[in-house]
Write a protein that binds this ligand. Structure first.
Ligand code: SAM
Length: 275
């Protein structure tokens, strides 16, 4: 397992590395976004509910921005894995000034084949990663997290899903107008179809609409990929992961795809395990 392994291993050369300056500036560049502090608050809330004895693996650990939260209750086993040694070095530097977390183990490892035994860690955390994976890689990483976890998973993912009228109240100002226009236009079309019942246009079935929609993910490498909500939910179900809690980080509107883009952090319970 080398640090040179592609982020998205489609057999294509990796264009984007979390190394050198990217690793050094990672926190500084991103911590100004509201999303960053919302994620910290959500992880804090979830971790506060977890038994202080429970072990945690964070993959990919990145610069270890959640380590302080995990260490707050004197948790004994903390592990972080990431394919980038440079990101782990940033995390290690952080723990030097955080005595509660400096016992965290850090491993250079691939999320697609973690060097850990089955069910060896209570909770596996995976934030800001699933949207960088396409197709089989997404399934593989989630399957691997589930294999290692004993009790649950905490994962963050942004999905595509259809808009419902009540979603409007959750959208931030710039998204409201185009989303509202879309709703009005859809309602107008639905009405027009009803009126022209004898015309050639036949209302599309839900199945047809889904078929015409965006694929669950594209196969471009090194691009942010939006997975389809139903694909994610089916994957959770296939892996026997039950949604115990869902926290919304933010909700955006994709005016090109005419779909909603909620970003949520899920606490997933492994069926038949205590949380
Ligand atoms: C956007 S960062 C997220 C880091 C952290 N989870 C966070 O929320 O700040 C993505 C991380 O994934 C790591 N990464 C990329 N491919 C990986 C792989 N196959 N296995 C493990 N880590 C990987 C990168 O090195 C980088 O640190």
């Amino acid at each position: 397992m080398s640090a040179q392994k592609p982020l998205i291993d489609n057999g294509n050369p990796r264009k984007y590395f979390y190394k050198n300056d990217i690793a050094i500036q990672y926190d500084e560049e991103r911590s100004v976004e509201k999303k960053w502090s919302t994620e910290l608050a959500i992880i804090s809330k979830i971790v506060a509910k977890i038994d202080p004895e429970a072990s945690i693996l964070d993959v990919p650990l990145g610069t270890g921005r959640f380590l302080k939260i995990y260490g707050e209750k004197g948790r004994r086993i903390l592990v972080g894995a990431d394919i980038s040694m440079d990101m782990l070095l940033q995390a290690r530097r952080k723990t030097e000034s955080q005595p509660t977390t400096n016992r965290a183990w850090m491993i250079v490892g691939d999320a697609e084949s973690l060097p850990m035994k089955d069910h060896s860690i209570d909770y596996v955390v995976c934030i800001r990663f699933l949207n960088w994976l396409s197709g089989a890689h997404l399934d593989k990483v989630l399957t691997e997290c589930q294999r290692v976890a004993r009790r649950g998973l905490i994962v963050g993912v942004r999905v595509h899903r259809g808009l419902r009228p009540y979603d409007l109240i959750r959208l931030r100002a710039p998204y409201i107008k185009p989303a509202l226009n879309h709703l009005l236009e859809s309602a107008r079309l639905a009405l027009a179809r009803r009126v022209s019942r004898f015309g050639q246009t036949r209302p599309r079935s839900k199945r047809e609409a889904l078929k015409d929609g965006l694929p669950p993910y594209d196969n471009e490498i090194n691009e942010f990929k939006i997975h389809d909500d139903s694909h994610m939910r089916n994957l959770f179900a296939k892996l026997r992961l039950k949604i115990a809690r869902k926290y919304t980080v933010d909700v955006q509107w994709d005016d090109d795809a005419k779909r909603l883009l909620p970003y949520s952090i899920f606490l997933l319970k492994i069926e038949n395990s205590p949380i």
